[in-house]
Write a protein that binds this ligand. Structure first.
Ligand code: C6P
Length: 467
């Protein structure tokens, strides 16, 4: 098996006429050389991306989930006498020792409030907290860590935008474009805002395959559209939406775009500058971090013009009895004592993901998902919802007439954790005319063996529930 140092360690040099890359794979040296157009270095950049992709693919061939599983103590347990098969990662992921130990060590050694104390512990806590902010900024390629606001999670990040930006810049008769495949977190805050200011919500529908209908999107964009708020990956269908296409269409008309990245950021390399989104919301707990910590990324000009979200300590510069002035960003949006241990442990989660490499994670999960879809489709009685060409490791399905809650209970008896219900996306269920689905969702520590086990147990469930 190739070690991390075997692959991708070669030099990359951009000459004027010849671009050249060399790396090693399984101890073999591989060279890639190509002609670069001297007048258009951007073409050269494209080729550079291809070379990087080849390197990543070479690495992913040897992706070994078992190597990582041992870092996750929770995965070692038995449930009802069976080894735990955890397939509920879209709800929340498990935590590696590196994250758990970061929390323990923070409370054992460094615990203090941030940005307030001069003492040693206060300085250590503040430094670690701000380091975590920098790691998260680098992870999504934000131009500055000032653009990373710590929140409780995706839900709070979206509410923050709806309140601090929406209430100031959206008014009566304005329109907000959402999609029919949104999680309640990217729906209800806009419903509340629309009601408050008299704005209208418009929706991009999804097709039978669970992909967005761009003809309708094109049609509903108008000179009253003030925001497009959209999930980058559906937590029901697994569809990865073509974000670049969406931001381009919105930007052509000067409309800002908010991305709900709760399901995409944990699984796909994310570059906010390439995506050109104005806001991005995501949660730490869906990417190895603790619960109760998340992020809102926003472009600087939006943050500077937004109202504060909540009032209290830390978000102010000066306070008089009748009025106050606001702290600099990001602190202007972080009222009160934040989730310090959570933020620092989120930073440890980012370190862990970076050590594996996000491209490897994506490639492995895609392989796993294709494998799962193929194996599951052996079962005639299964209906899988969503069939997008670009999809992540989320599979929603129904099995014959078995109610998802019954199926989920049956699977739990076999040690398998899946989610059953409407997945906080009731409008999707309504449109599909179903009450609920069962959902299996993967992360890089899941294995083909676990999928085989799931498929065996689904087949057993059919026999068990047959009249
Ligand atoms: N979806 C699921 O099982 P929070 O709860 O704030 O961390 O994330 C909310 C959220 C927002 N958008 C999408 C697309 C999501 O999937 C989620 C969380 C979990 O599908 C819990 S409901």
């Amino acid at each position: 098996m190739a070690s991390e140092h075997d692959v991708g360690s070669g030099a990359f040099a951009v000459g004027i006429y010849l671009t050249f890359s060399e790396f090693s794979f399984k101890n073999e040296s591989i060279s890639v050389a190509f002609q670069a157009n001297p007048t258009e270095l951007c073409i050269c950049n494209k080729e550079r991306i291809i070379v990087e992709a080849i390197k990543e693919i070479a690495k992913s061939i040897d992706f070994d989930p078992y190597r990582y599983r041992k870092d996750f103590p929770v995965l070692e347990q038995m449930i009802h006498g069976m080894p735990l098969v955890y397939l509920d990662n879209a709800a929340t992921t498990q935590k590696p020792n590196a994250v758990i130990n970061t929390i323990v060590n923070y409370y054992k050694r460094d615990n203090a409030n941030v940005h307030r104390a001069i003492h040693q512990l206060g300085e250590r806590a503040t430094l670690a907290f701000e380091e975590a902010r920098k790691k998260i900024a680098a992870f999504i390629n934000a131009p500055s860590s000032r653009q990373i606001i710590f929140t409780r999670g995706t839900t709070e990040s979206i509410n923050l935008v709806a309140s601090a930006w929406g209430e100031k810049f959206i008014s009566e008769g304005d329109e907000i474009i959402l999609t029919e495949m949104e999680h309640h977190s990217n729906l209800v805050p806009w419903q509340l805002l629309a009601k408050k200011v008299g704005a209208k919500l418009k929706f991009i529908p999804f097709t039978e395959s669970g992909v967005l209908d761009f003809e309708v999107f094109e049609r509903i964009l108008s000179n009253r559209t003030r925001l497009v708020a959209i999930t980058s990956m559906s937590n029901v269908f697994g569809t990865i939406n073509p974000i670049k296409r969406i931001t381009r269409m919105a930007k052509d008309r000067g409309i800002p775009v908010l991305l709900d990245g709760a399901q995409s950021v944990p699984h796909l390399p994310t570059d906010v500058q390439i995506l050109d989104c104005d806001f991005l919301a995501f949660s730490g707990h869906k990417m190895l971090g603790p619960t109760g910590i998340g992020v809102l990324y926003a472009k600087i000009n939006y943050l500077e013009n937004m109202r504060p979200y909540q009032g209290g300590g830390e978000m102010i510069q000066s306070v008089w009895l009748e009025r106050s002035t606001w702290n600099e960003i990001p602190h202007k949006f972080e009222a009160g004592t934040p989730n310090i241990a959570g933020a620092i442990a989120f930073g440890a989660a980012i370190d862990y993901l970076n050590r594996i490499g996000m491209s490897q994670i994506t490639l492995y999960e895609q392989e796993l998902t294709t494998y799962a879809l193929n194996r599951m489709s052996e079962i005639d009685e299964i209906v899988i919802y969503g069939n997008a060409p670009e999809r992540g490791g989320v599979i929603s399905f129904n099995l014959g007439d078995i109610h998802p809650h019954d199926l989920s209970h049956f699977l739990d008896q076999q040690g398998i954790a899946v989610r059953a219900g409407h997945h906080c996306a009731q409008p999707i269920m309504r449109k599909l005319d179903i009450a609920a689905t069962t959902r299996a969702s993967f992360y890089f520590y899941n294995t083909k063996e676990e999928i085989d086990y799931l498929v065996d147990k689904l087949k057993e469930a059919l026999k068990f529930f047959s009249p």
